[in-house]
Design a protein around this ligand. Structure first.
Ligand SMILES: NC(=O)C1=CN([C@@H]2O[C@H](COP(=O)(O)OP(=O)(O)OC[C@H]3O[C@@H](n4cnc5c(N)ncnc54)[C@H](O)[C@@H]3O)[C@@H](O)[C@H]2O)C=CC1
Ligand SMILES: O=C(O)[C@@H]1CCC=N1
Length: 264
């Protein structure tokens, strides 16, 4: 996910020399230099000296370890005053309180849930801060994530699990569905390249149309579904398979897992 954000930021005009990536693995660091020409370091605490905004993009269970590494430097007082750093956590499930408890008080923390299309500037990031956060930190987090897509602010942290299910994880659901369509088209006899083009262009057309239209998804669906026609048969097959219930079950599972991750 860090690579996706970096790719999106650079695409949006952020300079690679202004981005430092801290990663313990030499292979990862070499790949990042090769792909993005960013600065790299093996020591996480190097981020504190380098940047005003630090994105925590490690697995949720590693976040406390990284906070332990950053804490001594984050808490340092220079010239009689402590510097204000903005930390953005993208770890699924982890609550604001569970992370900020591990950080010095001068640190501003924003919880974010981006998704993979940030890599092409078309991400969606859910953002949450408790009411007392500094206005500048809120604006900086918003501006950063806006560089890689759209943003939504959540009023209630409980909603974060639903944003994980709806946005963080959902590109995978769409890829899964498109894969299934490609397989079915090939099984019906289309060449693989034709199947892929037909599926992806149709998906892009449908989503672009839905985003441009004020009519709502059900209305658009009805426009495709001629009475007694072909679409009706496919839609009936999905409905007999109880697609709504299946999707709800899948999204509930993702949201439940986000809440489990919060518990550690
Ligand atoms: N993959 C996705 O689409 C999304 C992921 N996220 C969140 O992003 C975070 C990372 O997930 P992924 O990118 O999927 O995992 P990943 O496994 O691809 O990346 C994690 C990176 O952390 C590095 N790492 C491991 N230990 C470290 C340490 N002690 N210090 C610094 N770096 C360390 C690894 O080398 C690896 O490059 C997770 O918290 C996940 O919940 C959030 C939204 C979407
Ligand atoms: O699967 C995961 O846990 C991460 C969080 C959202 C997308 N990928």
């Amino acid at each position: 996910m860090a690579s996706a954000i970096i790719r999106g930021l650079i695409k949006h005009g952020h300079r690679s020399a202004h981005i430092l990536v801290c990663a313990p693995s030499q292979r990862t660091r070499s790949r990042l230099v090769q792909d993005f020409n960013v600065r790299v370091h093996s020591d996480n605490s190097a981020a504190v000296a380098f940047a005003d905004i630090i994105i925590l993009a490690v697995k949720p269970f590693i976040v406390p370890l990284v906070c332990d590494e950053l804490r001594p430097l984050l808490g340092q007082v220079n010239n009689g005053r402590s510097e204000q750093k903005l930390l953005i956590s993208i770890a699924a499930g982890l609550t604001h309180a569970s992370i900020s408890d591990k950080l010095p008080q001068n640190v501003q923390l924003v919880c974010a849930m981006p998704n993979l299309p940030t890599a092409i500037g078309k991400g969606l990031t859910g953002l949450f801060v408790p009411g007392h956060l500094d206005r500048q930190a809120v604006d900086d987090a918003e501006q950063l994530m806006r560089a890689v897509g759209d943003t939504v602010w959540l009023e209630d942290e409980q909603q974060m699990a639903s944003i994980v299910a709806t946005a963080g994880s959902s590109p995978a659901y769409f890829f899964l569905f498109l894969e299934a369509m490609e397989k079915a088209a090939i099984a019906q006899g289309l060449p693989a390249k034709t199947a892929s083009k037909a599926v992806l262009q149709s998906a892009m057309g449908a989503v672009s149309m839905a985003m441009a239209s004020k009519e709502g998804l059900a209305n658009l669906r009805h426009q495709v579904t001629s009475p007694k026609g072909t679409t009706e048969q496919a839609v009936l097959a999905f409905q007999h398979g109880d697609l709504d219930a299946l999707v709800a079950r899948a999204m509930d599972s993702a949201a439940r897992r986000a809440k489990e991750l919060a518990l550690g």
